[in-house]
Design a protein around this ligand. Sequence first.
Ligand code: ASP
Length: 341
Amino acid sequence: MLRRLLVVWIGLLISAGASADKPTFAIAIHGGAGTIEKSAMTPEKERAYRAKLDEAINAGYQVLEKGGSSLDAIVAAINIMEDSPLFNAGKGAVYTYGGTHELDASIMDGRNREAGAVAGVKHIANPINLARMVMEDSPFVMLAGQGAEDFAKSRGVPMVDNKTFDTEQRRKQLDKAREKLDRKNQQDKDYQASVEALPEPFRMGTVGAVALDKRGNLAAGTSTGGMTAKRYGRIGDSPIIGAGTFADNQSCAVSATGHGEYFIRYNVAADICTRVAYQDKSVAQAADEVINKVLLPVGGTGGVIALDAEGHIALIFNTKGMYRASRRSGEAAEIAIFRDE
Ligand code: ASP
């Protein structure tokens, strides 16, 4: 009898220990990676970013805490960042070369690899919600431009004026970018090289989220205005499943931010989860390998947030900073911007 009690007691101890370091739910978000340095940021600006990251991570956390799905949690967090002029998504989207805004977003459900994406939409306030509609309410994965907006109208989504996304700060970035591009690129030659010559702030600031809910389901989503002064209908990695967004309960959930052309060619989000699935690597190791050992040597700058089905979180970037936050069940939110924090 005593022996049986001892066994039960030890068993209880082991399960209590296991649940203490295994969160039942978790969420991580990013608001873009790039040359983000403390010395170049005013205390007010830093406070504003931290407050918005705090609001977004906690909005997603509360959904999970109440037993909501990982999809609902990431959309709640992303909507807050899309509605803020601070980030390059929704309200704060960058300008195209022509002075308008073209938005991209994608979402993926880790339960079944269902996915939805929209690219180059101009009149949608919250592109992540439309990406989710494509996933849940259409037989398609990716809709672009006018067609995506026709689909939105058919589902009753209100259209907003493209000027809704105008902000003074982004306008200044466009003016500077155009000045540089036009000087370097009179005949429209070598456009990519000219864009690459622009400093990182001109092409970064995307938002994204990954979450694990109480039922053990992962989800990932990403939303962006793309790259300042983009043209010719340029689309980056953010709306591309496998490049900017990926989720599968068997491996991990990833949302990326950075120089989209590299993230597309190196299939970044899927590559990280493939390493987790087939090489039995942790999300931290897999994300570090892809961001620092694969992308960095070829000149691909940016970062990712990654989360596995056990609640392990990795926030990895090869730039000076990345707006980021994470929170696991029962723990406080962690918010960071610069490299060494
Ligand atoms: N990845 C986005 C793009 O290339 C930009 C970003 O993350 O800042 O469109």
